[in-house]
Design a protein around this ligand. Sequence first.
Ligand code: M6R
Length: 614
Amino acid sequence: MCGIVGYVGGRPALDVVVGGLARLEYRGYDSAGVAVLADGKLATAKRAGKLANLRAALEEEPPPAGTLGMGHTRWATHGPPNDRNAHPHVDCTGSVAVIHNGIIENFAELRAELEEGGHGLESDTDTEAVAHLLEDELKSGGGLADAMRRVCRRLEGAFTLVAVHSGDPDLVVGARRNSPLVVGVGDGENFLASDVAAFIAHTRDAIELGQDQVVELRAAGVTVTDFEGRPAEVKEYHVDWDVSAAEKGGYDYFMLKEIAEQPRAVADTLLGRIGSDGRLHLDEMRISDRELREVDKIIIVACGTSYHAGLIAKYAIEHWAGLPCEVELASEFRYRDPILSPSTLVIAISQSGETMDALMAVRHAREQKAKLLGICNVNGSTLPRECDGVLYTHAGPEIAVASTKAFLTQLVAVYLIALYLAQVRGTKWGDEVFAMVQLLERMPEKVDKVLETMEPVRELARSLAGEHCVLFLGRHVGFPVALEGALKLKELAYMHAEGFAAGELKHGPIALIEENLPVVVVVPPRARDVLHDKIVSNIQEIRARGARTIVIAEEGDESVEPYADTLISVPPVPTLLQPLVTTVPLQVFACELATAKGHDVDQPRNLAKSVTVE
Ligand code: M6R
């Protein structure tokens, strides 16, 4: 979960690399560093803290100008985030530099072996061992790429590595196993990065690297092999968004921009899914209708916000497709004994497609012969490659660490899958599926309407900036929404926030209620009368015990007014689709409250956008 950039071409490498790092800072921002090759000499600079610290150091002491370089922005795994542990790491001769994303699991034994062989290691990192291993391998001849292949064969764990060597001043070498790396193909210049955002300002032509591959990047071209040196097949693709999508566009924070982009993101994710015959068609499904009819159980695996989308999917799949559906935290999945068979469909949801917990869950399911379907926002990432089928969300790049527009598009994706299953399995008539898709197509305008009415929510958030705890309650699909509201507040405002199923309240959590404690309650539509009435009773119960109630309910729901200290109205929509409108005020609430507390909402402490380690 670090950001990596590499460049070779005709421009000043430092500008390209630092510009790329600025777009990758969401992946980690504990420290940053660069290496440049100029006149056959290697120069490095690195600083703890955000990229701004490195920029200041580079201004004060500019490295020599060169046209080949690489850079790194770090989320610490081994060793605290200080200057010493920042990447790049160099070998004893100062001629090889390495940057790394991931964890090298056998680093302790490698380090011991290197120290015994006389190498002096200066940092606490696993990465530094690679620089010294390359140093040794280079002595046996064959050049940097050969040395990298030999070193990779010795490494255990997950890694993206990029290295340069002053002995070959036109070459950047990259390698990947279980960690992302994409190539940007330019004209007389080429790029390497953890994410296309790093080079999208220069080229939209990319190459997806497979597992266990090494790439040699020169200004004149790109060569890819496996770890044995055999030529590898690669997949070229064109990125369908441009640089403006990866910029703030006048907003103070990416998160604000991404919240505002939600109506568009929802509409784009629905685009092209309905054929002229009125039936749903899903891109890259690659699982036949016959196989889907044989499915007898669905298991959804995901983490964080994507897990919350999975919880909502369960309601839709069981209701529309009549299939039993379990939802599991991806990090827990393979450590129990999940019951899987060829008739189990495992759906993995991941915005980045690089979350290691999700990938490991998918691999475990693959071993048990289950069918695999991914829901993913990033073309060229690992998850779609490892699944039998994929449904892409079209949220565009999500840069802010807190997931917003990706979540709403994941909801659209799970609704589409549930309806598609209903269509192929015949649990709903074609016209019923079509009617629901038409309702989905009206959701962008509903989300837009919610966004237009958010000023009172922002005011409320500012007024609660001094609070220490906020609780969130919901029932049915409102329960995962409550969990999502609490997660947003935790990660952005660093406050104690908990989401509960409202019915569970009296089984314990109600003891938390005290005078003036803010409690946000997500109320289902009135059409679900039993559910609705139950939650109205829950609001009364907490209010009677002194809670300050913040109620999210559909417009015109007068029954909740007497019990709401603050009422947030959302447009009426069917119950199953309600998370698309009720989540938005909770995103705005968390973002504003965290901003009022002076936090950087795009880069909350201790977090990174993609969690590529387990
Ligand atoms: O890329 P993924 O969807 O797999 O990421 C999963 C979680 O790490 C992510 O949703 C995380 O919980 C967000 N920061 C929440 O806002």
